[in-house]
Design a protein around this ligand. Structure first.
Ligand code: ADP
Ligand code: ZN
Ligand code: ZN
Length: 740
């Protein structure tokens, strides 16, 4: 390293190319690739990361590096991962680095520390002292007693709060040299209560899965396992024991869960097994807290990390195991900005680079992962039975057309569902009702000229929200008052409403059963930080009989007394023109059904549909994944969609419709001229949402056999595109949706 005179620096702020800086003499010994540094750009100090060290630069006069912030930020495998990601997702390295240097790193946020109170004397002496202090200085005695009875040194704040004392007795004990106060990294413990839970004896299927995983762990070689098990089959117990195996081998483990499942309920399960030795990476935590989690992983002090999508980039040392729970979940994909990475795919790549074992777990695996398992790329373990006495719920499919004909008018609920809800409420059991649309009424339309109230900034009809009494755009949050008169024909005719949302369902249910308490959970009711967690707690504490919500209620939660799940419009999502829509509907129904009857009580699912014959619904109802897979994979093969080809999506958006269309057409032509082998370039068309926030959107799809040559080509085209700066280009590799 000592020969390097020049460092290439990737600046944190949006520059597409790295800049060269001279390495001052006194920095040469310590500087490395991955060092965080501060440099002058014109007259401002900017931060960045060193990407390359070299002997000389093509530029004559270089400015020196100003300051080293930290000597190294990235381990070798993470650095390689960043390079791979940058190429694969055709996203410049500096942009990709953003994933590896989150805000706590970029802003040099100091880890949050807290004071803990530790004994500075032996337990025996402390006991003695406690006795002598008892009569005259009872507060001091109480402090000692508390510490003696704690498994680990308590936080000062916890002592003060629990004993309801001021600091003076503690200061007195410090003065007596009986106590010391020490700064410890706050491992983001919310002072939550948790009860130790020892490992469970595994059932034969679990044991077999764990054995296979353990074999891979022991061998120290990269291997991906797909753990396919119905909800409640005990996947989490397998994760817990696999993590223990990794720890026993001196390695660390990383667990990813979908954003919405990163609640205290989930975290408590892991704390109950591993105590405080885990780092929770959570965007809802303060930067200081995130910084302590990050640093303790980096130093190797903490060897278990739990987090959502972006935690896949955390600096866990000597990583032995990566677990992606609910691997099919769409929240693992970053869609809106580049790099458009998928955390599951990053996990597999990181596993490869770190020689780690990867476990992908799901009750409804993505078609891609299951395909990889069947073709031998992944090892497949199956858990077929629920781990506890709970049995699989029974599912009824209700033909809504005939139900409504019989009832003689519209209702959200077929009579069977109403009976079932009433029955559960009487028995003190709970119900979940799922409808995939929030708001009260879906749109306002003129009864005469069919004018539809639309967002002026987006190509989307406005949804009526009754609570705030406004029309709202679900793409940009634009709001307007209700229309009294049609702005188009200004006739005397009425504006009518069409379609329904969760707000309406809640209101209707309360009208039918005034005594049944409901709780509604959708984007509108969960705006505040932690609000969805609070609502889950409320529902679990049985503060309501019925939980009504959008798909967010279908995911990964355990409500012991929920025995009924009603899916109000099971087939709605089938109308979305996307090659994955069948897969998502299957997942949604199977996952929602998994919420019913997770304890001793038998669960039931009622599926309302206007397509009662649709085979997909029957397969989902029977949780028959293999048959669903066989059908679906055949369709993918026939129409040549992933996993039988690789897909990329190019999206252009800009304020001027014609200009944007011209730009994408030009870009597409350039790609056609590049004449890559085995590639199919589909026509440029308006995107599924052709206009969002006053920007017109066009897209085209590319099918190919090999992503990397395509990525390289797209990256070059993008870098050289002479499009106006107002036009934004998004390249989405392996898009999860072709519609949006
Ligand atoms: P999954 O993660 O597949 O949904 P969980 O791991 O949550 O399933 O398991 C469901 C329930 O079964 C939990 O309450 C769990 O404690 C229990 N469980 C799991 N494995 C066992 C086992 N081997 N013996 C007894 N109970 C188990
Ligand atoms: Zn009109
Ligand atoms: Zn809008």
């Amino acid at each position: 390293m000592s020969e390097a005179r020049v460092a290439e620096v990737l600046l944190d702020q949006n520059l597409e190319k790295p800049l060269d800086y001279e390495i001052p003499e006194n920095f040469r010994a310590s500087i490395q690739i991955g060092s965080r540094v501060e440099v002058y750009v014109r007259n401002t100090l900017r931060k960045g990361t060193i990407s390359i060290l070299k002997k000389a630069s093509a530029f004559a006069k270089l400015r020196p590096l100003h300051r080293i912030i930290t000597e190294s930020t990235l381990s070798d495998p993470l650095w390689k991962l960043a390079h791979w990601m940058s190429r694969y997702y055709c996203s410049p390295l500096q942009r990709t680095m953003k994933c590896f240097t989150p805000p706590n790193v970029r802003r040099e946020v100091k880890p949050k520390t807290r004071l803990t109170a530790r004994l500075a004397i032996t337990r025996e002496i402390a006991l003695e002292l406690c006795k002598t202090l008892q009569s005259k200085q009872s507060a001091q005695a109480a402090v000692l007693e508390k510490i003696l009875n704690s498994e680990r040194p308590p936080f000062l704040s916890a002592l003060l709060e629990e004993l309801k004392i001021s600091r003076s007795p503690i200061d007195a004990l410090v003065k007596k040299k009986a106590l010391t106060l020490q700064e410890t990294a706050d491992d983001a413990l919310d002072d939550a209560e948790f009860f130790p839970s020892p490992p469970k004896t595994l059932n034969p299927e679990q044991a077999k899965s764990l054995e296979q995983i353990d074999e891979s762990l022991q061998s120290g070689a990269f291997k991906t396992h797909l753990l396919f098990g119905v909800t409640g089959s005990g996947k989490t117990e397998v994760y817990l024991q696999a993590i223990q195996q990794a720890l026993d081998l001196g390695k660390s483990a990383l667990l990813l869960v979908p954003e919405i499942a990163l609640t205290s309920q989930t975290i408590e399960r892991f704390r109950a097994r591993f105590g405080l030795k885990l780092a929770v990476l959570h965007h809802r935590k303060s930067l200081g807290e995130r910084s302590s989690a990050w640093e303790s992983l980096k130093s190797g002090e903490t060897r278990i990390a739990i987090g959502a999508r972006s935690a896949i980039f955390c600096p866990a040392q000597n990583l032995g195991l990566i677990i992606i729970d609910e691997e099919h979940d769409s929240s693992y994909k970053q869609n809106e900005e580049m790099p458009t990475y998928h955390a599951r795919d990053i996990a597999v790549m990181r596993g490869k680079l770190e020689n780690a074992v990867v476990i992908l777990g799901s009750a409804t695996p993505s078609l891609d992962s299951y395909h990889n398992a069947l073709t031998g790329k992944y090892s497949l373990s199956i858990l077929t039975a629920r781990a506890t006495r709970a049995s699989q719920p029974s599912v009824r499919i209700i033909d809504m057309k005939s139900a409504l004909d019989k009832a003689g008018g519209f209702s959200h609920f077929c009579p069977d569902l109403l009976d079932a809800i009433k029955d559960r409420a009487e028995k003190g059991e709970q119900t979940l009702l799922l409808l995939n649309r929030r708001g009260y009424r879906r749109m306002q339309i003129c009864s005469q000229c069919r004018y539809i109230a639309k967002c002026p900034h987006c190509d989307l009809s406005l949804t009526y929200h009754k609570g705030p009494n406004t029309l709202r755009c679900h793409l940009c949050d634009y709001q307007s008052p209700l229309l009294r008169q049609c702005p188009s024909c200004q006739g005397s005719s009425q504006m009518e409403f069409r379609g329904f949302g969760t707000e309406h369902v809640e209101k209707s249910l309360s009208a039918i059963f005034p005594h049944i308490k409901t709780l509604r959970m959708d984007r509108d009711t969960t705006q505040k930080k932690n609000s969805h967690e609070e609502m889950f707690k409320e529902f679990r504490a049985h503060k309501a009989d019925v939980l009504i919500g959008t798909q967010m209620i279908a995911k990964g939660f355990h409500f012991p007394s929920a025995t009924l799940v009603g899916i109000l419009n099971a087939d709605a999502a089938l109308q979305i023109p996307d090659f994955r829509s069948a897969e998502s509907v299957f997942q949604l129904i199977a996952q929602a059904s998994g919420r019913a009857g997770r304890s001793d009580l038998k669960g039931e699912v009622i599926l309302q549909t206007f397509l009662p014959q649709h085979p997909l619904l029957h397969l989902a109802a029977a949780q028959d994944y293999p048959t669903f897979y066989a059908r679906e994979i055949e369709e993918r093969r026939q129409f040549s969609f992933p996993p039988f080809c690789r897909l990329a999506k190019v999206v252009f958006s800009g304020p001027d419709e014609t200009e944007t269309l011209e730009a994408i057409t030009h870009f597409r032509k350039a790609l056609v001229s590049a004449a890559l082998p085995e590639i199919e370039i589909l026509p440029a068309l308006p995107a599924g949402h052709p206009k969002i926030k006053d920007r017109y959107r066009f897209q085209f799809l590319i099918k190919t056999r090999n992503i990397l040559p395509l990525s390289d080509c797209l990256a070059t085209l993008r870098a050289n595109a002479s499009t106006s700066r107002k036009i934004h280009i998004l390249i989405d590799i392996d898009p999860t949706s072709t519609f949006f």
